[in-house]
Design a protein around this ligand. Structure first.
Ligand SMILES: Nc1ncnc2c1ncn2[C@@H]1O[C@H](COP(=O)(O)OP(=O)(O)OP(=O)(O)O)[C@@H](O)[C@H]1O
Ligand SMILES: [Mg+2]
Length: 410
């Protein structure tokens, strides 16, 4: 059944439309409204599958209504009705997000065809979104889906990008699994420079088209070190706005089908898409440093996570740039943040500086350094079954634990 809301200021038009559609078995008029404002209220109350609206109406016109609906109720697409000569309105209506428009007077067949077309398209989109949406039911995930590891911090500059990059490479090397690295610091992402990658293609190329083909994603991703595939951030900051939460959800859904691990670097601000990725991630690494502002912001970040639907056991606190000269230590941080420290990454400007200058992750350029060992340990903590790709569905056991110690214990 296609549930329809009709918005028109002329009562007789509303009645005619209702009668006209009364003969259709698959369409039901669930409500009517006499102006855009009322239409918006009714849409929020009834959550119709489609809103059919006139353009010229008092209080709030059809174009404003379309704009509001596109933002507030994207699952209720709009069909605009307008008379000949209102071409400019139509253009604006389409820009506002209307899916179809009908020029009055239109036939019964034209009306019904438009409603079914819009509905079909919406159904298709819905199926795709549901298929790639995270499982929020708490049920075990399909064995074939990879794990998402997201790095997040309240404060910028604490080492997220450095750790994300090295963690991805460590996972790839140590577990021989398929690893993707995604730069979701959409405005100022710098994984590309950190790994010295060709930046001719980025996430912007993926979202240009309406659907997301796996082959396209494959083409757009750069070849990173040690088999890690990298989805880079847009080449310049103003392009970041083109990427919506829907795009990110679609991309993440597709990546989880192909890769065993998807490591996501984020920016420190609480954008919608960041929060969504965080909510759907299997591991959330809250990165902090040993400074008062960084710890204060880690506290806030942990609070934000508490307010989201995040499983507390998926949150791992990572302290970067640990050194013995700091006023803080593991105990004082744990006391302050009321959260155990899951990993400590030492401060090593020489190894890190050298690695960044050469564009080679330190886990491969200086594998024996203390900082590389700490990253391998962190990777080991995230891998449940001794380095087997999660997609392989191998149960954890004693033998696996041993193997895990051997792989990561170097
Ligand atoms: N353990 C470490 N030892 C030495 N230098 C480090 C360490 N961790 C991070 N750095 C340095 O700190 C700087 C910031 O790191 P990075 O870019 O990874 O932070 P970020 O959290 O991603 O920042 P932003 O929020 O701006 O994206 C880099 O120059 C990096 O080299
Ligand atoms: Mg960064």
């Amino acid at each position: 059944m296609i549930r329809l809301l009709i918005v028109d200021d002329i009562a007789s038009t509303r009645d005619n439309l209702r009668k006209l559609l009364g003969f259709e078995e698959d369409i039901e008029v669930i409500g009517t409204a006499g102006d855009g404002k009322q239409g918006l209220e009714e849409a929020h109350r009834l959550l119709p599958d489609i809103v059919l609206t006139d353009v010229n109406m008092p209080i709030m016109d059809g174009i404003q209504l379309t704009e509001r609906l596109a933002q507030e109720l994207p699952a209720s697409p709009v069909i605009i009705m307008s008379v000949q000569g209102e071409r400019d309105y139509l253009r604006r209506a389409m820009q506002a997000g209307a899916r179809e428009y009908l020029i009055k007077p239109f036939s019964h067949d034209e009306l019904v065809a438009a409603i079914r077309r819009v509905h079909q398209l919406e159904e298709k989109k819905g199926t795709f979104a549901r298929a790639s949406a995270p499982d929020s039911s708490g049920a075990p995930r399909a064995a074939a889906l990879g794990e998402v590891i997201v790095l997040f911090s309240g404060k910028g500059g604490v080492g997220k990008t450095l750790l994300a990059t090295n963690l991805a490479v460590a996972l790839s090397v140590e577990t021989e699994s398929r690893v993707a690295l995604v730069d979701l610091d959409l405005q100022f992402g710098d994984i590309g420079v950190m790994l010295n990658l060709d930046h001719s293609r980025s996430i912007t190329d993926v979202v240009d088209s309406e659907t997301l083909e796996p082959e396209m994603l494959n083409e757009v991703m750069a070849q990173g070190p040690n088999g890690v595939r990298v989805l880079l951030a847009p080449i310049s900051p103003e392009l970041a706005d083109l990427i919506t939460s829907d795009h990110v959800r679609m991309v993440m859904g597709e990546l989880r089908k192909t890769f065993d691990y998807v490591v996501v670097d984020t920016s420190s601000h609480l954008a919608d898409f960041n929060l969504e990725v965080i909510e759907s991630a299997q591991h959330i690494l809250v990165v902090t440093a040993l400074t008062i502002p960084a710890i204060k912001d880690a506290k806030l970040a942990l609070k934000v996570l508490e307010s989201l639907t995040v499983d507390p056991s998926s949150v791992l606190l990572v302290v970067d740039r640990s050194d013995s000269h700091s006023d803080f230590n593991k105990d004082s941080i744990e006391q302050n943040l009321r959260h155990s420290v899951g990993a400590q990454i030492p401060y090593d400007p020489r190894v890190v500086g050298d690695s960044i200058n050469r564009g080679i992750p330190f886990v491969t350029s200086s594998p024996e350094s203390e900082i590389s060992r700490s990253i391998r340990e962190l990777a080991g903590a995230l891998v449940p079954t001794g380095g087997q790709p999660v997609g392989a569905g191998v149960a954890a056991g004693k033998a696996d634990d041993k193997r895990k110690r051997r792989i990561f214990g170097r």
